[in-house]
Design a protein around this ligand. Structure first.
Ligand SMILES: Cc1cc2nc3c(=O)[nH]c(=O)nc-3n(C[C@H](O)[C@H](O)[C@H](O)COP(=O)(O)OP(=O)(O)OC[C@H]3O[C@@H](n4cnc5c(N)ncnc54)[C@H](O)[C@@H]3O)c2cc1C
Length: 479
C-alpha cells in the first residue's frame, strides 16, 4: 500500500498540515478533544499532562499494573518494601523533567546534591563542587583538585573539553578515535571521559558518538552553574510518580487504565488512526493518539503497512544497552557519604539510601552499559560488588548483609552510537492524528527521563498544533 493511502506526509509537507476535521466542530461546540495515550511511562504521562492541561479528555493505557515505565519500583514480596528497579537521578540541566515534576507537585521529593564524591580503590576521595564563579569557571577548581588525574592529565582534559566544545553540535564521529586524536591518553579516557559518559549515556566510550558526549559536557558542566547538580529522589520512584501525579491527572480529566495493554492500532480508509484494539479484544476510539511505548514495541502496535513506512521502521535500527543494579541491605550504617562515583571499580555509582526499615540500611550500586557482566550470574556479581564495597568502606566488611538483589534491565536505553539520530523520528508522525513519544524519539537528548518528558511535551505540541490550538510546552534550557 502506498503512503498516500495512509495519509503519510513527509516533513516538508508538515507545515501544510490542516487541523484535524473534528477540531473546528469541537471548538465551535466546546466539546473537548479526546486523546488516547498508549504507554504510561514518563513520555506518555508528560503527553497526558500537556494535553490535559489544555482541556483534552485523555485516556492513558498502560499494560503494567503501575505507572512510570522504566522509571518505576516494585514491591519486594519478602518485605513489602517499595524498591526501585534501579536508582534514577536527574541533573540541573533537565529542565523539562523539573517542569513536569513541579507541575504535578512532586519536585520537593528530589534532593539536589551540591557535592559529588569521586573515590578510587585506595579510598582517596575528591569532592567535586562548584565555586562561586560564573560558568564555565565554576568547576575549574573541582577539576584541578581531582586526585586521580596527574597535572598533565588535567591539561589534556582541559584541552579535550575545549576542543569538544568547538565542534559543530551535530558532528557525530566515533568518540574514541576523536579523543585519541585530541591528546587523550588511556588514563584520561578511563578516569575522566568514561567515568562521566558511561553513566550519563549508558554506553561505553568505544561505542558512542561525539554528539551526545559533547551535549553531556556542554549542558551538564559548562553552560550553566546549576547544570551539573545531581538530583536524587528521596523516595522510591513508585512514590515519586505516585499519588500526587495520579491526583493531578485525574483532577485534569485523565483516565488512567493500568493493566490495559494495547494490541494494535487500526487505520481508517482516510489514512488516519481509527481505533485501538486492546489485548482483551475490546476497541477504543479517540480523536488523537499518542504511541508512547519503547522503540522495540512500536512495530507490533502499528498496522503492517504503517510499520513498513520509513518514518516508523527506522526505530528497528536502534540497539539496546543494559544496566545492572545491585541492591544490598545491611544491618548497620555503612557509608559516611550520600553517594560515591567509583573510579577503577566494577561498580560505577553507589548510593546510600539510609535506614529504610528498622535496622535495615540500604545501598544501591549501579553499573551502566553492563555488557561485561553478562554471563557472570547474579551471585558472582553480588559477591564481587560486596567485596569491592568492603574494601572501599571498611564498615561494610564488618556489617551483616541481610538481603541482596541483582537486577539487570537488558534494554535499559538505546545505545547512543555515532549517527543514532537518523533513526529517531520526530514526534509529529506522518499519520495526521498520531504522535509518537518516548526517550528514543528525536529530542536532542540521550535516553533519559528528561528525553522522555521532552518527547511527551513535543508529542502534545504536535497534536495541539494540528488541533488548531498551538502551544509551547517544551521548556527552555538553562541559560
Ligand atoms: C536501569 C535503568 C536506569 C536508568 N537510570 C536513569 C537515570 O538515572 N536517569 C535518567 O534520566 N534516566 C534513567 N534511565 C532511563 C529512563 O528510565 C528512561 O529514559 C525513561 O523512563 C523512559 O520513559 P519512556 O516513557 O520513554 O519509556 P518507558 O518508561 O519504557 O514507558 C513505556 C511504557 O509503555 C508501556 N507499554 C508497552 N507496551 C504497551 C502496550 N502494548 N500497551 C500499553 N502500554 C504499553 C510499558 O509498560 C511502559 O510503562 C534508566 C533506565 C533504566 C532501565
Amino acid at each position: 500500500m502506498r503512503s498516500a493511502e495512509f495519509g503519510i506526509r513527509n516533513e516538508a509537507q508538515e507545515s501544510e498540515v490542516k487541523a484535524h476535521p473534528s477540531s473546528a466542530f469541537n471548538s465551535a461546540f466546546r466539546i473537548p478533544h479526546s486523546a488516547i495515550v498508549i504507554g504510561g511511562g514518563l513520555a506518555g504521562l508528560a503527553a497526558a499532562v500537556g494535553l490535559a492541561g489544555r482541556g483534552f479528555k485523555v485516556t492513558v493505557l498502560e499494560s503494567r499494573a503501575r505507572l512510570g515505565g522504566r522509571a518505576g519500583s516494585f514491591t519486594d514480596p519478602t518485605t513489602g518494601q517499595m524498591v526501585d528497579a534501579c536508582q534514577h537521578v536527574s541533573m540541573g540541566c533537565c529542565t523539562n523533567l523539573t517542569h513536569f515534576l513541579r507541575t504535578v507537585g512532586v519536585d520537593h521529593l528530589l534532593s539536589p546534591q551540591p557535592k559529588l564524591y569521586f573515590m578510587t580503590p585506595d579510598r582517596r576521595t575528591s569532592v567535586f563542587k562548584a565555586d562561586p564563579w560564573p560558568a564555565p569557571f565554576h568547576l575549574g577548581r573541582a577539576l584541578t583538585g581531582a586526585h586521580y588525574l596527574t597535572p598533565l592529565d588535567k591539561l589534556r582534559v582541559a584541552y579535550g573539553l575545549a576542543a569538544m566544545l568547538w565542534e559543530r553540535p551535530d558532528a557525530d564521529p566515533p568518540l574514541l578515535p576523536w579523543l585519541k586524536a585530541h591528546r587523550q591518553n588511556s588514563r584520561t579516557i578511563e578516569r575522566f571521559w568514561a567515568i562521566v559518559l558511561t553513566s550519563a549515556l549508558n554506553e561505553t566510550v568505544d561505542r558512542v558518538g561525539l554528539k551526545y558526549a559533547r551535549k553531556v559536557f556542554r549542558d551538564g558542566f559548562v553552560r550553566h552553574r546549576d547544570g551539573f547538580t545531581v538530583h536524587v529522589p528521596t523516595v522510591p520512584l513508585g512514590r515519586l510518580y505516585g499519588d500526587e501525579l495520579r491526583a493531578w491527572l485525574t483532577s485534569h480529566n485523565v483516565e488512567l487504565r493500568e493493566n490495559t495493554g494495547a494490541r494494535r492500532l487500526a487505520s481508517s480508509p482516510e489514512g488516519t488512526i481509527a481505533s485501538v484494539e486492546l489485548r482483551d479484544g475490546s476497541t477504543l476510539t479517540a480523536d488523537w493518539y499518542v504511541l508512547a511505548v519503547p522503540f522495540d514495541r512500536v512495530a507490533d502496535l502499528l498496522p503492517d503497512e504503517l510499520a513498513r513506512e520509513p518514518y516508523f521502521a527506522g526505530a528497528a535500527n536502534l540497539t539496546p544497552s543494559p544496566i545492572t543494579s545491585v541492591h544490598l541491605w545491611f544491618d548497620r550504617p555503612t557509608m559516611k557519604l550520600p553517594h560515591a562515583v567509583l573510579i577503577d571499580c566494577l561498580g560505577q555509582w553507589v548510593f546510600d539510601r539510609g535506614e529504610v526499615a528498622p535496622g535495615e540500611f540500604y545501598l544501591q550500586v549501579v553499573v551502566s552499559a553492563a555488557r561485561d557482566l553478562k554471563g557472570l550470574g547474579r551471585d558472582e556479581i553480588q559477591r564481587r560488588v560486596v567485596e569491592e564495597l568492603g574494601r572501599l568502606f571498611p564498615p561494610i566488611a564488618q556489617a551483616k548483609l541481610l538481603r541482596a538483589k541483582v537486577i539487570t534491565e537488558h534494554a535499559a536505553t538505546f545505545s547512543a552510537v555515532p549517527g543514532v539520530d537518523r533513526w529517531r523520528p520526530v514526534q509529529a508522525s506522518p499519520v495526521q492524528n498520531l504522535a509518537v513519544a518516548g526517550d528514543w524519539t528525536a529530542t536532542g537528548w540521550p535516553a533519559t527521563m528528561e528525553s522522555a518528558v521532552r518527547s511527551g511535551y513535543l508529542a502534545a505540541e504536535a497534536i495541539l498544533a494540528r488541533a488548531g490550538q498551538p502551544a509551547k510546552l517544551v521548556q527552555p534550557d538553562l541559560v
